[in-house]
Design a protein around this ligand. Structure first.
Ligand SMILES: NC(=O)C1=CN([C@@H]2O[C@H](COP(=O)(O)OP(=O)(O)OC[C@H]3O[C@@H](n4cnc5c(N)ncnc54)[C@H](O)[C@@H]3O)[C@@H](O)[C@H]2O)C=CC1
Ligand SMILES: NCC(=O)COP(=O)(O)O
Length: 355
């Protein structure tokens, strides 16, 4: 799977078939020579149909996981086939294909775990249609991959391209940002109850360990947001900072983690406060991700920390409104592929997962 001359084999799941995932994978393969060997996981007929729809001339050789994957060439996209459950039209969701989407993830995870791929990249899926199909409790790739790997905790982190590379110091300005989340896909009314010290501590240990492991940040400095406005205003605007977050951070500082916070989120996300910080931990999805997307939408990637192999993804969703049009920007997928390739080269840092 690892081949110094041709780069690592990476499973690239093509996501919701009615969304932009299939066409972004095709457009990337049509134009960009890759440092890795991405293999699309999806329906070959669907990919051929979308390629024709977009006027792309591509060869889509079908392989089985474990078969040799040739060096990447512009215009060639090898495919590990998974069959659609019913034909798919751009922009039109079908619950029948929810199992297809999940099967692509299972194939990619199986390939990573068997050593046929060094990591995986995921094009966007549609959480709503998977739930509508009856997969109760499905909240996204992040938790699905956690469960598929039989581990207790993972962490979602998004990073702009300027903050991806360890060799390049972080926070040089110009939109370099890494934002991890203490909670992911929860209704806002449930967020405060989910901020509990044991889970927060596990999240911060994973973030600290994986910044070292995958990003070669030797001594990560992490800024932690408060939950409430003004980080609770001394308890007058909420007590989570005083009762949960601050004591948890104190305990982790005793373990050697370099943590700043809890800080008011509005001023934390300013250049002066971000100087010297390697990652921000936001308490919830829409506290951290709008800032990240403002800084770098289209050139950022989503990374699942805590998995036994690299998994990266795009910074956007299925964009059903653009599917089939050829107008969706493949920039984030390109960043996700490049990052996954780079992460696989950091295997020697795997031991550095605990503080
Ligand atoms: N990694 C993943 O699997 C992700 C999946 N989603 C899922 O996607 C579905 C749709 O979510 P939305 O909130 O509507 O977000 P979305 O990202 O699909 O769309 C929001 C807006 O951004 C635009 N946009 C998205 N990707 C673009 C691209 N590559 N180039 C240009 N414009 C682009 C869309 O046209 C739309 O106007 C939901 O089911 C959500 O859960 C959302 C984020 C990540
Ligand atoms: N907003 C980020 C997002 O929805 C990504 O979720 P996941 O499918 O990567 O877990």
């Amino acid at each position: 799977m690892a081949d110094a001359a041709h780069g690592p084999v990476l499973a690239l799941t093509t996501g919701e078939p009615a969304g932009v995932g299939p066409e972004l994978a095709l457009r990337l393969a049509a134009t960009a020579p890759s440092a890795a060997r991405p293999v699309a996981v999806g329906d070959p007929a669907l990919l051929a149909e979308r390629a024709a729809m977009l006027g792309l001339s591509l060869s889509l050789p079908e392989l089985a996981p474990g078969e040799p994957v040739p060096a990447a060439r512009a215009g060639v996209l090898p495919v590990w086939p998974v069959a659609l459950r019913e034909p798919s039209r751009p922009g039109v969701l079908a619950t029948a294909n929810a199992d297809y989407v999940l099967e692509t993830l299972d194939v990619a995870v199986g390939a990573c775990r068997a050593g046929h791929a060094a990591g995986m990249i995921t094009a966007p899926l549609h959480k709503g249609v998977i739930l509508d199909a009856g997969h109760v409790g499905f909240t996204g790739h992040t938790e699905y991959l956690r469960d598929a790997c039989g581990i207790d905790e993972v962490v979602m982190m998004l990073a702009t391209d300027r903050a991806l590379h360890a060799a390049e110091p972080t926070w040089r300005g110009g939109g370099a940002l890494r934002v991890a989340l203490a909670t992911t896909h929860l209704p806002l009314r449930d967020v405060a109850d989910a901020i509990r010290a044991p889970r927060l501590a596990r999240t911060l240990r994973i973030l600290h360990g994986d910044l070292r492991r995958w990003f070669a940040v030797e001594r990560p400095r992490i800024a932690v947001c408060g939950l409430n406005p003004h980080a609770g205003e001394g308890g007058h605007l909420g007590r989570e900072e005083l009762e949960v977050i601050a004591p948890c951070l104190d305990a982790l500082r005793g373990e050697g983690l370099d943590l700043d916070g809890p800080l008011p989120a509005d001023t934390l996300f300013t250049p002066r406060h971000l100087a010297g910080v390697d990652a921000v931990l936001a308490m919830y999805h829409d506290q951290g991700l709008p800032v990240l997307k403002y800084a770098g939408f289209g050139r950022a990637a989503n990374i699942t920390l805590g998995l036994p192999f690299p998994r990266t993804s795009v910074d956007h969703g299925t964009a059903l409104d653009l599917a089939g049009s050829g107008r969706a920007d493949p920039g984030s997928l390109a960043v996700a592929v490049a990052l996954a390739a780079e992460m696989t080269s950091r295997g020697d840092l795997k031991a550095m997962t605990t503080p």
